[in-house]
Write a new protein. Structure first.
Length: 300
C-alpha cells in the first residue's frame, strides 16, 4: 500500500507522509481475508530454520513477540509450533509492543545461558492493519504488517552471541500509545508528539547502557538497527549517539512501522546483503507501548 493510496480516502499526501515519517509504502494483509500473525510468523520462522540447517524436531522453544496475537490463548507461539510441527519444550508470547523483539531475544538468551535450551526460534510477527482506525490520518499511515524470525543457538565460542541486553519500562506513560482490549473501541490510540519525544530520549539512553554493559564503545559497532518507526526519530537517536549514516540500517521506507517485526526484517535484509560476517557487531534498539524500551548488542 503506497502513500498515494491514502490520498484516495484521507486528507493527506504522499509528500506529507514521506517528509514527516520517511515511509513510502507498507505491506498490508488482505482486508477481506483472515490472516493471522501465526501464519506470517511461521513463514519467517520456517525460513530461519532452513537457513540455519535445523529441523523442527531440534527446536527447544519458540518465543513470539506480538501485540496482535491470533487469540488471547492459545498463544501465537503455540500456533506457530503447530504449523511448523516443532517438538518444543515451551512456546509463549511476549507483549512489549514495538520493543517486543528485544525482550524476546533477551529471554531466549537467558534460557540458553541457563542451559534450559539449545535452539530457540525468536519471532516478531504483527498484523497491525487489523487494529488501525483508518480515519485517523496521524496513525494509520505509519504502520505495516510483517514478520521476521531468528534462530538462537547455544555455542561454546567465546565472544559471540548476545553481548548485552538492557530493558526498561515506564508504565506511567501507558496512555501515550495503546490498543484497548474489551469494552472499548478496539483501535490503536497514539499521542504522536509524546511518543516521538520519549522514543528519542529512551532509545538513546538504552543504547548507551547496552554499550556500557558490553564494555565496548560506539566506534566498535558495525551496524545500528533501530526499530523502524519514523526516520526523524532514527536520525535524532543516531545524532545523539554520534553514529555515522553508513552504519544506520533503514527499511521503513518500504515497510512502515511493523512493530516487533521491524528489527528481524532489517536483520534479514542486512544478512541477504552480505553485511553480516563473523565478528560483525550490531546494536539493536526499540521503544514501544507500555512504555517499553530495550537495546541489545550482538556479535555474530
Ligand atoms: N497528513 C497530513 N496532515 C497530517 C497527517 C497526515 N497523515 N497527520 C497529521 N497531520 C497534521 C496534524 O493534524 C497537524 O495539523 P494542525 O497543525 O492543523 O493541527 C499537523 O499535521 C502537524 O501534526 P503533528 O502531530 O505535530 O505532526 P508531527 O510532525 O509530530 O508528525 C507523527 C506526526 C508522524 C505521528 C509523529 O509525531 C511521529 O512519528 N511520532 C511517533 C509516533 C510513532 O512512531 N509511533 C509508533 C509506535 S511507537 C514506536 O514505534 C517508537
Amino acid at each position: 500500500m503506497t502513500n498515494k493510496d491514502f490520498e484516495k480516502f484521507l486528507d493527506t499526501s504522499d509528500e506529507w507522509i514521506e517528509t514527516r515519517t520517511g515511509i513510502k509504502s507498507r505491506h498490508i494483509v488482505p482486508r477481506d481475508k483472515h490472516v493471522a500473525a501465526s501464519e506470517l510468523g511461521a513463514k519467517a520462522a520456517g525460513i530461519a530454520m532452513k537457513r540455519a540447517g535445523i529441523d523442527p524436531d531440534q527446536i527447544d522453544g519458540i518465543i513470539c513477540a506480538t501485540f496482535t496475537p491470533d487469540s488471547f490463548f492459545p498463544s501465537t507461539a503455540c500456533r506457530i509450533q503447530a504449523i511448523l510441527g516443532c517438538s518444543c519444550s515451551f512456546a509463549f508470547d511476549i507483549s512489549a509492543a514495538c520493543a517486543g523483539f528485544i525482550y524476546a531475544l533477551s529471554n531466549a538468551n537467558a534460557l540458553i545461558v541457563a542451559g534450559n535450551a539449545s535452539n530457540i526460534l525468536v519471532v516478531g510477527s504483527e498484523v497491525i492493519s487489523k487494529t488501525l482506525d483508518w480515519t485517523d490520518r496521524s496513525t494509520c499511515i505509519l504502520f505495516g504488517d510483517g514478520a521476521g524470525a531468528v534462530l538462537m543457538q547455544a555455542s561454546e565460542q567465546n565472544g559471540r552471541g548476545v553481548l548485552s541486553t538492557y530493558m526498561a519500562s515506564d508504565g506511567t506513560l501507558g496512555d501515550i500509545l495503546m490498543l484497548p482490549s474489551w469494552g472499548e473501541k478496539r483501535t490503536m490510540k497514539m499521542k504522536g508528539n509524546e511518543v516521538f519525544k520519549h522514543a528519542v530520549r529512551m532509545m538513546s539512553d538504552a543504547s548507551l547502557r547496552a554499550l556500557e554493559m558490553a564494555g565496548i564503545n560506539m566506534e566498535q559497532i558495525d551496524l545500528f538497527i533501530p526499530h523502524q518507526a519514523n526516520i526523524r526519530i532514527i536520525q535524532s537517536v543516531a545524532d545523539h549517539l554520534s553514529i555515522p549514516d553508513e552504519k544506520v540500517v533503514l527499511n521503513l521506507q518500504k515497510y512502515g512501522n511493523t512493530s516487533s517485526a521491524s528489527i528481524p526484517l532489517a536483520l534479514d535484509e542486512v544478512w541477504n546483503m552480505g553485511l553480516i560476517k563473523e565478528g560483525t557487531k550490531v546494536l539493536l534498539t526499540a521503544l514501544g507501548g507500555g512504555v517499553t524500551v530495550g537495546s541489545s548488542i550482538i556479535r555474530f
